[in-house]
Write a new protein. Structure first.
Lengths: 162, 162
DNA sequence: CTAAAATGTTTTATGAGTCTAACAATCATA
DNA sequence: TATGATTGTTAGACTCATAAAACATTTTAG
């Protein structure tokens, strides 16, 4: 049922969601600025997304996501955030590069791989970095969906220490 | 001087290099099969790459990379391999998905980020996974370009043990 | 309230990448 | 070596994404 979107259309949906979440009324010009494209490109994209039932856009008016559009946008944003945080928190990239790379990578990573990035991140955050069987524990977590016993104890301990 | 290539043109160059490395004479049909496109698309791509001095392709003949084309192809392939190995060796993805994802990610990862993926991989391989200050050591490696003393000793030791 | 500024849309064009259909060259073998 | 099979090319069309220019609407300030 849900037609799969192109990278470009996903970017438009994500931009609308992000602008929306910043409180402002979403306008064609702002979307264009956010994505580095001119207004006619935005109008064209909104027309297409509108036909697909992902946005509501009355001529000269404001832009809104439909429930379906919002689901897609959240999904894209989630991919973006997992990748951005992996780049900053694990690879220790600078925030600007991480943001830009995540913006491109979010369209080229399969769901299965995204899931792994996400789990890696969760693992890093749950298991302090001086834990001994590091990568082995990560593999355990991937395979069984549960953190190894030691990591759980560890996390509890460090939380108490504060 | 070097014109920056599109994802698509990079794929063609990479495909030529890979087919070449498998020993066979490189033909239009094989390139098409490798990339999942029809022959006319290959011909068009080769014409363009030819004009840019990256491949040599005489009508109805074989395809060869020029030195410049070979450099570009190697670069793309290197990106591909770093990402593929990261996906398999670190995230523990299955080889098929890793291959496919690397194929798309290789066009969306900046040089700076690729460098980090590469270093992460090298670090994982040099420092056995039960090393204590895991991520901390990785950060040290990134920052100073050298493996921490402990990792070096560790690697030497495990090599001897065999 | 009206004129100028800002914003948005339509029209038309471009470029990249792909495909199908029709044509051309090469090759392989009977 | 002639001919059918294979491989390659050209021509023409399509999609997707974009932008410039011209036009339309809305907002804002005097």
């Amino acid at each position: 049922m849900k037609k799969q979107q192109t990278a470009s259309m996903e970017d438009y949906l994500e931009a609308v969601a992000v602008l929306r979440s910043r409180g402002k009324a979403v306008r064609v010009k702002e979307i264009g600025q956010a994505l580095g494209v001119k207004m006619p490109s935005v109008t064209a994209a909104l027309r297409k997304l509108s036909e697909e039932g992902l946005v509501e856009h009355e001529r000269y008016g404001r832009v809104k996501l439909t429930p379906a559009g919002d689901r897609t946008a959240r999904n894209v944003f989630h991919r973006h955030e997992v990748l951005r945080r992996f780049l900053t928190d694990v690879l220790d990239m600078d925030p600007t590069t991480a943001q830009e790379d995540a913006c491109r990578m979010e369209h080229s990573v399969s769901p299965a791989t995204l899931e792994r990035f996400s789990k890696f991140l969760a693992f890093v955050e749950a298991c302090p970095e001086d834990r001994p069987p590091w990568l082995g524990n990560y593999r355990h977590y991937i395979q069984y969906g549960e953190l190894p016993q030691e990591c759980i104890l560890r996390s509890a301990r460090s939380r108490k220490q504060r």
